[in-house]
Ligand binder design. Structure first.
Ligand code: BV8
Length: 228
């Protein structure tokens, strides 16, 4: 059985990573739509760097939770028949043991050089405008897909959705496109669809089935039901 799993901030919530749209979904008083845009970066690069530097630094203080671990267990069993597509820019899927993860909105632990286009693993701050290790130009920005920018790996994601027998959405509000449209695309290509979320998402009516509760409970239960 081919499965595509889409994850959002809700899968990392119980690890202590704030979500975007829950009550505390603000960083330093910023709305994510106000700082996660190329215009915001052009107008106030230092503020945007501080926003992402803080989130990158916070990665060391959080750990994968049972939901991340369960998906890694599922991948160990299904191999290439499972693809995890995440909207998250944290590294908790990987630290939970997953190896096939597509970060469609980029990653905190990566910097993108506006000079030469290189994507460089980056663990420190960018606010001091360090030179790109490849071209030497000081044009490193967060390697994150902002509103108005094109998500990464869309071709691979759409092919996987076309071939999927099952599409499972975990911990996402269904507020941002094109990720929010994946459920319909998968269903149009014959997949069954399942939502695992704390509360019904904006798109819950689009799913064949929806289960509501904490990801750290629902995801291991779902994986156990598949693996027996
Ligand atoms: C694009 C990276 C073209 C940055 C992010 C008008 C109509 C429709 C669309 C648009 C429109 N105007 C503009 C658009 C397009 C726009 C968009 O969708 N805007 C929205 C606001 C309307 N999209 C774009 O610009 C995208 N690009 O469209 O390019 C294109 C398209 C296709 C092909 C080629 C070209 C780029 C969007 C990417 C923006 N970057 N993140 C960063 O992280 O700082 S968005 C960010 O918010 C996340 O990445 C995520 O994608 C998004 C939504 O967040 P969620 O992960 O869902 O988190 P949220 O807090 O919202 O929800 C958490 C959920 O978890 C909740 O439901 C909660 O109940 C649940 N939960 C909480 N705790 C738990 C839990 N569940 C289980 N257990 C728990 N414990």
């Amino acid at each position: 059985m081919k499965i595509v799993v889409l994850t959002g901030a809700g899968i990392s919530a119980e690890s202590g990573v704030p979500t975007f749209r829950d009550a505390d979904g603000l960083w330093e008083g910023h709305r994510v739509e106000d700082v996660a845009t190329p215009e915001a970066y052009d107008h106030q690069p230092t503020a945007v760097h501080r926003f992402y530097d803080a989130r990158r630094a916070a990665l060391h203080a959080v750990e994968p939770n049972p939901a991340h671990l369960a998906l890694a267990r599922l991948e160990a069993s299904l191999g290439d028949d499972l693809l995890v597509v995440t909207q998250n820019i944290d590294d908790l899927h990987e630290r939970g043991g997953a190896t096939r993860v597509l970060h469609m909105h980029g990653e905190l632990r990566s910097a993108l050089c506006r000079g030469c286009g290189a994507r460089i693993e980056w663990l420190g701050d960018l606010v001091d405008f360090p030179p790109c290790p490849r071209c030497g130009v000081s044009e490193l920005r967060p390697d994150v897909v902002w509103f108005g920018e094109i998500p990464y790996e869309m071709d691979r994601i759409l092919v996987a959705l076309e071939r999927a027998d099952l599409f499972v959405s975990i911990g996402t509000s269904g507020a941002v496109y094109p990720a929010a449209g994946f459920v319909q695309y998968a269903a149009d290509h014959g997949a069954r669809t399942l939502e695992l979320n704390l509360v019904p998402s904006d798109g819950t009516h689009l799913f064949h089935e929806a289960r509501h509760g904490s990801a750290s409970v629902l995801v291991p239960e779902w994986v156990d039901s598949l693996l027996g």
